[in-house]
Design a protein around this ligand. Structure first.
Ligand code: SF4
Length: 352
């Protein structure tokens, strides 16, 4: 389902989902067999998917059909209560942070990126500016706003951890500074584990500062692993080479601990199975959790027509990767906060 997407008989099923933006855009949270996963629904491929979710029953669950045959029942998490609220300065909470999967609060602290405005440097899979242009979010979420929303999301909706990502504001701290002030404000308001996500900062002292500000785990995302794929898909960000990422990973693991530093790897952008697994092995050896997810094309981006990887390709990576993780004693459940812990954008945790 994550590779093919699903069609919805009732487009209003579950919580409203968002087009564009960072993270699992054009997806919807779907609960299957008690596990909530993010499934593409707006991509062109999803419109041709063999999977169709029928309109929800009175109890909120739907029959899932594959080529017309019932294969499962699925449910859609309801809109969280905090979506109905607004800040003291009049901004709807849903424009400041979103509910991801079942119990994760996710925000893009800064919705602009130094790399995004120019196609020569922008990552081709990214739609960070689209949701801003469409008025579905605000550019800079202030620490006060984030604290207010996080507190409500914990109290009203029981969120368990928070993901703070950011567009890259500069070529020095690369977002670490605004993540520090944001995490500090949230932690002062509510006891909520936080994962921060940014590019490797120029000065490793930022890892200590992030930790001191209340960040529990850190994501620095390779996205693709082979130099030629990175240069093609993310021409600006590829200037920070894989070796520079590895140097940053080692420094970050020393601060946050083994298994509390992770990286996103998007399968289906051109990296081979072997290249991804080799990089994952290197990552696991130094204590970094490689969160491998299937690429999902997002409408309006240069990769909108690029196919998602099929289920067999994903299995050929996730099965051996699951064995690597078991051997290393690393488990998503032990991550304090973040995408690896949530796991909804991949089926990796099922192979651990
Ligand atoms: S894995 Fe990360 S991006 Fe995906 S739903 Fe969970 S928190 Fe959001």
């Amino acid at each position: 389902m994550q590779s093919r997407g699903i069609r919805l008989a009732d487009p209003d099923s579950g919580a409203p989902s968002r087009r564009g933006g960072a993270g699992p855009s054009d997806h919807k949270a779907v609960t299957v067999d008690g596990r909530t996963v993010m499934i593409p629904i707006y991509s062109d491929a999803a419109a041709r998917s063999p999977f169709l979710a029928e309109a929800p029953d009175a109890d909120g669950s739907s029959a899932l059909l594959r080529d017309g045959n019932a294969v499962a029942r699925v449910a859609f998490p309801r809109p969280p209560r905090f979506y109905a609220m607004q800040t003291f300065d009049g901004v709807p909470y849903w424009k400041i942070a979103q509910l991801h999967a079942a119990d994760v609060l996710a925000t893009t602290v800064l919705q602009t990126c130094v790399r995004y405005g120019n196609r020569a440097t922008a990552c081709q899979f990214c739609a960070i500016g689209d949701s801003l242009a469409a008025g579905r979010t605000v550019n800079r979420k202030t620490p006060e706003q984030l604290a207010e929303v996080a507190r409500a999301a914990v109290l009203l909706d029981g969120v368990k951890h928070m993901v703070m990502t950011t567009g890259t504001p500069n070529f020095t701290d690369r977002g670490a500074a605004i993540l520090c002030e944001s995490a500090f404000a949230v932690k002062a308001a509510v006891d909520l584990p936080i994962q921060a996500q940014c590019e490797p900062p120029d000065d490793p002292a930022w890892f200590e500062r992030l930790r001191a500000a209340g960040v529990d785990s850190l994501g620095m995302h390779l996205e693709a692993v082979s130099p030629e794929v990175r240069a093609r898909i993310m021409p600006g960000k590829a200037n920070i080479g894989v070796d520079e990422y590895f140097a940053a990973f080692e420094r970050a693991v020393a601060v946050f601990g083994r298994g509390q530093v992770s990286t996103y790897i998007i399968a289906g952008l051109g990296d081979t199975v072997e290249a991804i697994l080799e990089t994952c092995e290197r990552l696991v050896n130094i204590g970094v959790y490689p969160f491998v997810v299937p690429f999902v094309p997002i409408g309006g981006t240069p990769l909108a027509a690029h196919p998602a990887p099929d289920a067999a390709f994903m299995r050929s990576i996730l099965e051996p990767l699951g064995r690597q993780l078991v051997r290393a004693g690393m488990r998503s459940a032990d991550i304090k906060a973040g995408c690896g812990k949530c796991g909804a954008c991949s089926s990796l945790a099922a192979y651990e």
